[in-house]
Design a protein around this ligand. Structure first.
Ligand SMILES: *[C@@H]1O[C@H](CO)[C@@H](O)[C@H](O)[C@H]1NC(C)=O
Ligand SMILES: *[C@@H]1O[C@H](CO)[C@@H](O)[C@H](O)[C@H]1NC(C)=O
Ligand SMILES: *[C@@H]1O[C@H](CO)[C@@H](O)[C@H](O)[C@H]1NC(C)=O
Ligand SMILES: *[C@@H]1O[C@H](CO)[C@@H](O)[C@H](O)[C@H]1NC(C)=O
Ligand SMILES: *[C@@H]1O[C@H](CO)[C@@H](O)[C@H](O)[C@H]1NC(C)=O
Length: 409
């Protein structure tokens, strides 16, 4: 009897082990948001609702903060807190005492900071205007609320160019923080192993290839009334000739059509005509690496409104990656073009992701489209640090007035 008991115990133990190892071997990959927040997949809904609440309170708070006594806010989902750069703590006490805010004071952290919004905004506006006239190569500028200062980011390799030096000398008097990325490295001759698919649905985040071999990504399905469909991507992806669909990890498949309309300034937007009736755009974001949520339905175009909120990219090279919003108003200048009123996200993008979809999760299945990727800066030799610029849907709709983003029912 005792032996049987021991055997049962051993069996149970083995069973537990087996069970344990099956649990592990079936372990699902982390969703992009779980990676960003360093949490488990099942904690995502909780943290999304924390973020939603913090953004809501941040929205109530910001109009109450004057530009001289405060210096910007940002939310922190992990700490469940809104940080408010504060110059005058007497004023902070009065804010906490506001009827709309009183119930949320446990979410507020007023921290001492030297630079007021008034100073930062006026200096940033001057810097923005200098950037517009000098057009420094590969340069981005924005106010980072977490650092409470103005950041001017560029590539170390192009920092000695004439326009970059002239720009730097002109804005030195505004005391921004200059940061540099090692943007360039040897060209990659490694040929990735690609499969060929037969895919005729076009999702946001898929790749597109132009006639000359240039690769970009799909931003979203756009429509011009009464019933004309386009694939929206970045305008700098423009090339004469037809574009082909390139699914992830695949060689080019179906023909899409030509890009007849494109904009390079002030927005970066290209509209590819759908000339092949065998390809069908879909109002979803590709997230194929996920075990459960391979297609994220685009429900609306509600933009993020807080620094520190998440935004994610879907593109043919990066697939889906998320980062934090560092600024809701910045500029990016490339070789000849200057684009302002962009969102800046802390995220390492890759060449080929241009035009790709930028979105915010509503829940694990539904997203809000925020814009398309125009470009960014990152260190060539690491996979972590980098910033990207987003052409927002609102700036697109300002320029192309009758354009419509097709959303999921
Ligand atoms: C701080 O705020 C209080 C309340 O609004 C105001 O009376 C005071 O003058 C401010 N202090 C400074 C140094 O601006
Ligand atoms: C808070 O508000 C109440 C009235 O709403 C007022 O009596 C009180 O003095 C205020 N406290 C501070 C610190 O401003
Ligand atoms: C505010 O944030 C600082 C820095 O994270 C932290 O040390 C401090 O404890 C926080 N204060 C409150 C009241 O949470
Ligand atoms: C922000 O404050 C710091 C510390 O006082 C100062 O060195 C810096 O120049 C300020 N930044 C701007 C843009 O004025
Ligand atoms: C709009 O175009 C699609 C395909 O391009 C077609 O299936 C649909 O019937 C058209 N709708 C109208 C109202 O013309």
């Amino acid at each position: 009897m005792k032996d049987t008991y021991i055997i049962i115990k051993v069996l149970m133990f083995i069973f537990t082990l087996l069970n344990y190892s099956t649990v592990h071997s079936q372990e699902v990959p982390k969703e992009p948001l779980a990676k960003l927040w360093n949490i488990e997949n099942d904690e995502i809904p909780k943290d999304l609702s924390i973020e939603k609440k913090l953004s809501m309170v941040d929205g109530i708070l910001k109009p109450l903060l004057d530009d001289d006594n405060f210096g910007g806010t940002f939310i922190d989902v992990i700490q469940n807190m809104i940080f408010i750069n504060t110059l005058n703590f007497t004023k902070a006490q009065q804010i906490k005492n506001h009827t709309e805010i009183r119930q949320y004071t446990n979410l507020l952290n007023f921290t001492r900071a030297p630079n007021s919004t008034a100073i930062l905004n006026s200096r940033f506006q001057d810097i923005n205007n200098f950037a517009k006239s000098y057009i420094p190569k590969y340069c981005m500028g924005y106010i980072n609320s977490k650092i409470n200062n103005i950041i001017i980011a560029s590539c170390i390799e192009t920092s000695n160019g004439i326009s970059n030096v002239a720009f730097k000398n002109a804005i030195r008097m505004y005391y921004p923080i200059f940061t540099y990325y090692h943007c360039f490295g040897p060209s990659n001759n490694e040929i990735p192993s690609l499969k060929s698919y037969t895919e005729d649905r076009i999702l946001a985040g898929d790749g597109i290839r132009d006639y000359y071999g240039g690769i970009c990504s799909v931003g979203f399905w756009a429509r011009l009334q009464p019933n004309k469909s386009f694939i929206a991507t970045a305008g700098h992806c423009h090339a004469p000739g037809s574009y082909y669909l390139v699914p992830w990890n695949s060689t080019p498949t179906a023909l899409i059509g030509r890009m007849k309309n494109y904009f390079l300034e002030p927005i970066d937007l290209g509209l590819i005509n759908i000339e092949n009736s065998d390809v069908q755009p879909v109002p979803s974001v590709r997230n194929t690496d996920s075990a459960r949520y391979k297609e994220l339905f685009i429900k609306d175009i509600i933009p993020v409104s807080s620094n520190g909120a998440h935004l994610c990219l879907s593109g043919v090279k990066s697939h889906v990656k998320c980062g934090y919003v560092v600024a809701l108003n910045g500029f990016i200048s490339s070789r000849r073009y200057f684009r302002e009123n962009i969102f800046v996200i802390n995220l390492h993008g890759l060449s080929g992701d241009s035009g790709g979809s930028i979105f915010s999760y509503k829940n694990l299945m539904h997203v809000s489209l925020n814009g398309i990727l125009t470009g960014g800066l990152n260190n060539f030799y690491d996979n972590i640090n980098g910033i990207i610029g987003v052409i927002t849907i609102s700036s697109i709709l300002k320029v192309v007035k009758n354009l419509e983003v097709v959303t999921a029912p």
